[in-house]
Ligand binder design. Structure first.
Ligand SMILES: Cc1ncc(COP(=O)(O)O)c(C=O)c1O
Length: 328
Protein backbone atom coordinates (compact mmCIF):
# COMPACT_ATOMS: atom_id res chain seq x y z
CA UNK A 1 0.00 0.00 0.00
CA UNK A 2 1.30 3.47 -0.81
CA UNK A 3 0.54 6.85 0.76
CA UNK A 4 -2.45 8.57 -0.89
CA UNK A 5 -1.35 11.78 -2.60
CA UNK A 6 -3.76 13.98 -0.67
CA UNK A 7 -2.33 17.33 -1.72
CA UNK A 8 -2.56 16.34 -5.37
CA UNK A 9 -6.19 15.26 -4.92
CA UNK A 10 -7.08 18.51 -3.17
CA UNK A 11 -5.60 20.56 -5.97
CA UNK A 12 -6.82 18.53 -8.94
CA UNK A 13 -9.93 16.48 -8.20
CA UNK A 14 -13.14 18.29 -9.28
CA UNK A 15 -14.78 17.39 -5.93
CA UNK A 16 -12.00 19.21 -4.08
CA UNK A 17 -10.87 22.18 -6.14
CA UNK A 18 -11.59 25.71 -5.05
CA UNK A 19 -14.87 27.26 -6.16
CA UNK A 20 -15.28 30.64 -7.83
CA UNK A 21 -14.68 33.47 -5.36
CA UNK A 22 -14.08 37.20 -5.43
CA UNK A 23 -10.40 37.83 -6.33
CA UNK A 24 -9.85 39.84 -3.14
CA UNK A 25 -10.35 36.60 -1.17
CA UNK A 26 -7.51 34.93 -3.08
CA UNK A 27 -5.36 34.62 0.06
CA UNK A 28 -8.37 34.01 2.29
CA UNK A 29 -11.17 35.63 4.24
CA UNK A 30 -11.27 37.02 7.78
CA UNK A 31 -13.59 38.21 10.50
CA UNK A 32 -12.25 40.89 12.82
CA UNK A 33 -14.41 41.47 15.89
CA UNK A 34 -17.63 42.03 13.99
CA UNK A 35 -16.48 42.81 10.44
CA UNK A 36 -15.88 40.53 7.45
CA UNK A 37 -12.81 41.47 5.43
CA UNK A 38 -10.41 39.89 2.94
CA UNK A 39 -7.34 38.40 4.61
CA UNK A 40 -4.92 40.89 3.04
CA UNK A 41 -6.75 43.73 4.80
CA UNK A 42 -7.31 41.97 8.13
CA UNK A 43 -5.57 43.80 10.98
CA UNK A 44 -5.50 43.44 14.76
CA UNK A 45 -5.80 46.53 17.00
CA UNK A 46 -2.31 46.94 18.53
CA UNK A 47 -3.67 47.37 22.04
CA UNK A 48 -5.27 43.90 21.99
CA UNK A 49 -3.62 41.80 24.70
CA UNK A 50 -3.83 38.80 22.40
CA UNK A 51 -1.12 40.57 20.42
CA UNK A 52 0.94 42.13 23.22
CA UNK A 53 0.72 39.36 25.83
CA UNK A 54 -0.36 36.17 24.00
CA UNK A 55 -3.50 36.49 26.11
CA UNK A 56 -5.85 34.36 24.04
CA UNK A 57 -7.04 30.90 23.15
CA UNK A 58 -7.76 29.58 19.69
CA UNK A 59 -8.71 26.56 17.64
CA UNK A 60 -8.30 25.27 14.11
CA UNK A 61 -10.71 23.02 12.26
CA UNK A 62 -10.07 21.72 8.77
CA UNK A 63 -12.41 21.39 5.82
CA UNK A 64 -11.95 18.75 3.14
CA UNK A 65 -14.18 17.96 0.17
CA UNK A 66 -16.53 20.63 1.52
CA UNK A 67 -16.96 19.03 4.98
CA UNK A 68 -15.86 20.50 8.29
CA UNK A 69 -14.15 17.68 10.20
CA UNK A 70 -15.38 17.07 13.76
CA UNK A 71 -16.57 20.67 14.08
CA UNK A 72 -18.47 19.87 17.29
CA UNK A 73 -15.31 18.45 18.92
CA UNK A 74 -13.33 21.57 18.00
CA UNK A 75 -16.06 23.90 19.33
CA UNK A 76 -16.25 21.92 22.56
CA UNK A 77 -12.46 22.02 23.02
CA UNK A 78 -12.51 25.75 22.32
CA UNK A 79 -15.25 26.37 24.91
CA UNK A 80 -13.22 24.49 27.51
CA UNK A 81 -10.08 26.49 26.61
CA UNK A 82 -12.00 29.76 27.05
CA UNK A 83 -13.18 28.61 30.47
CA UNK A 84 -9.67 27.55 31.54
CA UNK A 85 -8.27 30.97 30.60
CA UNK A 86 -11.26 32.96 31.93
CA UNK A 87 -12.09 34.20 28.44
CA UNK A 88 -15.62 34.59 27.08
CA UNK A 89 -16.53 34.13 23.46
CA UNK A 90 -18.68 37.18 22.63
CA UNK A 91 -20.55 35.02 20.09
CA UNK A 92 -22.87 32.11 20.76
CA UNK A 93 -21.98 28.69 19.38
CA UNK A 94 -24.55 29.08 16.57
CA UNK A 95 -23.11 32.51 15.67
CA UNK A 96 -19.56 31.12 15.73
CA UNK A 97 -20.58 28.32 13.36
CA UNK A 98 -22.26 30.84 11.06
CA UNK A 99 -19.14 33.04 10.96
CA UNK A 100 -16.91 30.05 10.11
CA UNK A 101 -19.31 28.89 7.37
CA UNK A 102 -19.44 32.40 5.91
CA UNK A 103 -15.65 32.65 5.79
CA UNK A 104 -15.28 29.31 4.02
CA UNK A 105 -17.90 30.32 1.44
CA UNK A 106 -16.35 33.74 0.84
CA UNK A 107 -13.00 32.09 0.15
CA UNK A 108 -14.68 29.40 -2.01
CA UNK A 109 -12.52 26.78 -0.32
CA UNK A 110 -13.52 23.12 -0.29
CA UNK A 111 -10.14 22.39 1.32
CA UNK A 112 -9.58 24.85 4.12
CA UNK A 113 -7.70 25.69 7.29
CA UNK A 114 -10.16 27.48 9.56
CA UNK A 115 -8.69 29.42 12.50
CA UNK A 116 -10.50 31.33 15.21
CA UNK A 117 -9.55 32.92 18.51
CA UNK A 118 -10.88 34.83 21.46
CA UNK A 119 -8.46 37.38 22.89
CA UNK A 120 -8.62 39.30 26.17
CA UNK A 121 -9.15 42.57 24.25
CA UNK A 122 -7.69 45.92 25.32
CA UNK A 123 -6.48 46.67 28.86
CA UNK A 124 -9.22 48.26 30.98
CA UNK A 125 -8.36 51.46 32.86
CA UNK A 126 -6.63 51.53 36.23
CA UNK A 127 -7.15 48.87 38.88
CA UNK A 128 -9.70 46.94 36.82
CA UNK A 129 -6.90 45.08 35.04
CA UNK A 130 -6.87 42.37 37.72
CA UNK A 131 -10.58 41.64 37.17
CA UNK A 132 -11.27 39.35 34.18
CA UNK A 133 -14.84 40.60 33.96
CA UNK A 134 -13.57 44.15 33.26
CA UNK A 135 -12.27 43.15 29.82
CA UNK A 136 -14.20 43.05 26.56
CA UNK A 137 -12.97 39.84 24.95
CA UNK A 138 -12.75 39.87 21.17
CA UNK A 139 -13.34 37.26 18.49
CA UNK A 140 -11.21 36.88 15.37
CA UNK A 141 -11.26 34.24 12.61
CA UNK A 142 -9.76 33.55 9.23
CA UNK A 143 -9.92 30.92 6.50
CA UNK A 144 -7.10 30.05 4.10
CA UNK A 145 -6.63 27.16 1.65
CA UNK A 146 -5.69 23.91 3.43
CA UNK A 147 -2.30 23.96 5.13
CA UNK A 148 -0.02 20.88 5.14
CA UNK A 149 2.73 20.51 7.73
CA UNK A 150 4.24 17.89 5.43
CA UNK A 151 3.81 17.77 1.66
CA UNK A 152 2.83 14.68 -0.37
CA UNK A 153 6.53 14.15 -1.06
CA UNK A 154 7.45 14.35 2.64
CA UNK A 155 4.62 12.07 3.76
CA UNK A 156 5.48 9.56 1.05
CA UNK A 157 9.10 9.24 2.20
CA UNK A 158 8.33 9.86 5.89
CA UNK A 159 9.67 12.94 7.62
CA UNK A 160 13.00 13.31 9.40
CA UNK A 161 12.16 14.38 12.94
CA UNK A 162 14.45 16.21 15.34
CA UNK A 163 13.89 15.89 19.07
CA UNK A 164 14.89 19.28 20.40
CA UNK A 165 18.13 19.40 22.37
CA UNK A 166 17.71 23.09 23.20
CA UNK A 167 14.12 23.36 24.38
CA UNK A 168 11.53 21.56 26.46
CA UNK A 169 7.78 22.08 26.03
CA UNK A 170 6.46 24.75 28.36
CA UNK A 171 5.33 22.78 31.46
CA UNK A 172 1.59 22.23 32.05
CA UNK A 173 2.02 23.93 35.43
CA UNK A 174 3.00 27.11 33.53
CA UNK A 175 0.51 27.10 30.65
CA UNK A 176 -2.13 24.38 30.31
CA UNK A 177 -1.39 22.72 26.95
CA UNK A 178 -4.91 21.25 26.78
CA UNK A 179 -6.18 24.81 26.23
CA UNK A 180 -4.92 25.70 22.75
CA UNK A 181 -2.86 28.83 23.30
CA UNK A 182 -0.43 31.35 21.79
CA UNK A 183 2.63 30.22 23.78
CA UNK A 184 4.56 29.05 20.75
CA UNK A 185 8.13 30.29 21.27
CA UNK A 186 9.45 26.90 22.45
CA UNK A 187 7.70 25.19 19.53
CA UNK A 188 8.84 27.79 17.01
CA UNK A 189 12.50 27.87 18.05
CA UNK A 190 12.62 24.06 18.01
CA UNK A 191 11.51 24.24 14.38
CA UNK A 192 14.42 26.53 13.56
CA UNK A 193 16.70 24.08 15.42
CA UNK A 194 15.31 21.30 13.20
CA UNK A 195 15.91 23.39 10.11
CA UNK A 196 19.52 24.05 11.14
CA UNK A 197 19.95 20.26 11.57
CA UNK A 198 18.45 19.69 8.08
CA UNK A 199 15.39 17.92 9.49
CA UNK A 200 11.76 18.37 8.47
CA UNK A 201 10.03 18.96 11.81
CA UNK A 202 10.65 19.00 15.56
CA UNK A 203 9.35 17.39 18.72
CA UNK A 204 9.64 18.56 22.31
CA UNK A 205 9.93 16.52 25.50
CA UNK A 206 9.29 17.56 29.08
CA UNK A 207 12.12 18.19 31.55
CA UNK A 208 12.36 14.42 32.29
CA UNK A 209 12.65 13.20 28.71
CA UNK A 210 9.01 12.19 28.31
CA UNK A 211 7.41 13.03 24.96
CA UNK A 212 5.19 16.12 24.91
CA UNK A 213 4.26 17.43 21.45
CA UNK A 214 5.60 19.19 18.40
CA UNK A 215 4.64 22.46 16.69
CA UNK A 216 0.98 21.91 15.79
CA UNK A 217 1.31 18.16 16.26
CA UNK A 218 0.82 15.18 18.58
CA UNK A 219 3.19 12.21 18.52
CA UNK A 220 2.42 8.49 18.21
CA UNK A 221 4.66 5.43 18.12
CA UNK A 222 4.07 1.78 17.32
CA UNK A 223 5.90 -0.95 19.22
CA UNK A 224 5.13 -4.67 19.09
CA UNK A 225 2.00 -3.85 17.11
CA UNK A 226 0.58 -1.49 19.78
CA UNK A 227 0.11 2.26 19.54
CA UNK A 228 1.41 4.68 22.19
CA UNK A 229 0.76 8.41 22.64
CA UNK A 230 1.37 10.72 25.61
CA UNK A 231 -1.53 11.27 28.01
CA UNK A 232 -0.35 14.66 29.28
CA UNK A 233 1.87 17.62 28.50
CA UNK A 234 0.15 18.10 25.16
CA UNK A 235 -2.97 19.34 23.44
CA UNK A 236 -5.68 16.69 23.22
CA UNK A 237 -5.61 16.85 19.44
CA UNK A 238 -8.73 16.10 17.46
CA UNK A 239 -6.61 14.27 14.88
CA UNK A 240 -5.06 12.35 17.81
CA UNK A 241 -8.58 11.35 18.88
CA UNK A 242 -9.32 10.30 15.28
CA UNK A 243 -6.11 8.25 15.01
CA UNK A 244 -6.95 6.48 18.29
CA UNK A 245 -10.44 5.67 17.00
CA UNK A 246 -9.18 4.39 13.64
CA UNK A 247 -6.45 2.31 15.28
CA UNK A 248 -9.01 0.72 17.62
CA UNK A 249 -11.21 -0.03 14.62
CA UNK A 250 -8.20 -1.68 12.93
CA UNK A 251 -7.71 -3.87 16.02
CA UNK A 252 -4.49 -2.12 17.11
CA UNK A 253 -4.19 -1.92 20.92
CA UNK A 254 -3.80 1.71 22.07
CA UNK A 255 -1.98 3.05 25.13
CA UNK A 256 -2.49 6.66 26.21
CA UNK A 257 0.16 7.06 28.89
CA UNK A 258 3.53 8.65 29.66
CA UNK A 259 5.91 7.78 26.81
CA UNK A 260 9.69 8.22 27.10
CA UNK A 261 11.97 9.39 24.29
CA UNK A 262 13.82 6.06 24.49
CA UNK A 263 10.58 4.31 23.45
CA UNK A 264 10.33 6.53 20.39
CA UNK A 265 13.92 5.79 19.38
CA UNK A 266 13.17 2.07 19.66
CA UNK A 267 9.80 2.23 17.91
CA UNK A 268 8.93 0.22 14.80
CA UNK A 269 6.90 3.09 13.36
CA UNK A 270 5.88 6.59 14.39
CA UNK A 271 3.79 9.46 13.12
CA UNK A 272 2.58 12.94 13.97
CA UNK A 273 -1.05 14.04 13.88
CA UNK A 274 -2.44 17.48 13.11
CA UNK A 275 -5.46 19.23 11.63
CA UNK A 276 -2.83 20.71 9.31
CA UNK A 277 -2.02 17.52 7.44
CA UNK A 278 -3.70 14.56 9.12
CA UNK A 279 -1.34 11.67 9.79
CA UNK A 280 2.31 12.43 9.09
CA UNK A 281 4.59 9.37 8.84
CA UNK A 282 8.06 9.63 10.39
CA UNK A 283 11.06 8.02 8.72
CA UNK A 284 13.70 8.90 11.29
CA UNK A 285 14.02 10.36 14.78
CA UNK A 286 17.28 12.26 15.14
CA UNK A 287 19.43 9.92 13.04
CA UNK A 288 17.68 6.67 13.90
CA UNK A 289 15.71 5.11 11.03
CA UNK A 290 12.63 3.70 12.73
CA UNK A 291 12.27 -0.08 12.60
CA UNK A 292 15.53 -0.13 10.62
CA UNK A 293 13.47 0.30 7.44
CA UNK A 294 13.21 3.39 5.24
CA UNK A 295 9.84 5.03 4.65
CA UNK A 296 6.45 5.06 6.37
CA UNK A 297 5.55 1.92 8.30
CA UNK A 298 2.77 -0.38 7.15
CA UNK A 299 0.27 0.44 9.92
CA UNK A 300 1.04 4.16 9.65
CA UNK A 301 0.34 4.01 5.91
CA UNK A 302 -2.95 2.22 6.55
CA UNK A 303 -3.95 4.80 9.17
CA UNK A 304 -2.94 7.69 6.92
CA UNK A 305 -5.03 6.41 4.05
CA UNK A 306 -8.00 5.41 6.19
CA UNK A 307 -8.06 8.86 7.80
CA UNK A 308 -8.45 10.57 4.40
CA UNK A 309 -10.72 8.04 2.69
CA UNK A 310 -13.04 8.10 5.71
CA UNK A 311 -13.09 11.88 5.76
CA UNK A 312 -13.92 11.99 2.08
CA UNK A 313 -16.86 9.66 2.74
CA UNK A 314 -18.20 12.20 5.26
CA UNK A 315 -16.95 10.53 8.48
CA UNK A 316 -17.62 12.99 11.33
CA UNK A 317 -18.20 15.60 8.65
CA UNK A 318 -20.51 18.61 8.60
CA UNK A 319 -21.34 19.53 5.00
CA UNK A 320 -21.01 23.16 3.98
CA UNK A 321 -23.92 24.39 1.83
CA UNK A 322 -22.10 26.32 -0.89
CA UNK A 323 -25.37 26.80 -2.81
CA UNK A 324 -26.40 29.44 -0.29
CA UNK A 325 -24.25 32.59 -0.34
CA UNK A 326 -22.40 33.79 2.77
CA UNK A 327 -24.81 35.70 5.03
CA UNK A 328 -22.58 38.66 5.83
C1 LIG B 1 0.61 22.44 20.21
C2 LIG B 1 -0.29 21.57 19.40
N1 LIG B 1 -0.32 20.25 19.62
C3 LIG B 1 -1.10 19.41 18.89
C4 LIG B 1 -1.89 19.89 17.86
C5 LIG B 1 -2.73 18.93 17.04
O1 LIG B 1 -4.11 19.11 17.34
P1 LIG B 1 -5.26 18.85 16.27
O2 LIG B 1 -5.16 17.44 15.84
O3 LIG B 1 -6.53 19.16 17.01
O4 LIG B 1 -5.00 19.79 15.13
C6 LIG B 1 -1.91 21.27 17.61
C7 LIG B 1 -2.75 21.80 16.53
O5 LIG B 1 -2.50 22.84 15.98
C8 LIG B 1 -1.10 22.14 18.40
O6 LIG B 1 -1.09 23.46 18.18
Amino acid sequence: MSIIQVEHTMLNDPDHVRLAHEPKYGHGSAFIHGTYVDLDNATIPMSDLGFTQADACYDVVSVSKGYFFRLEDHLERFDKACAKFQLTNPYTKAETVEILNNLVKQAGTKEAYVWWAVTRGAMPDGDARIDPSAYNNRFYAFVVPYVFIASDEQRTRGIELLVSKQYIRIPPEAVDPTAKNFHWMDLKLSLFEANAAKKDWSLLCDANGYLAEGPGTNIFLLKNGALYTPDSGCLEGITRKSALELATRMGIPVHVERVHLEQLLNAEEAFLTSSAGGIIPINSVDDTILGGKLGPGELTTQLHNLYWTQRWEGWNGVAIDYSKPASV
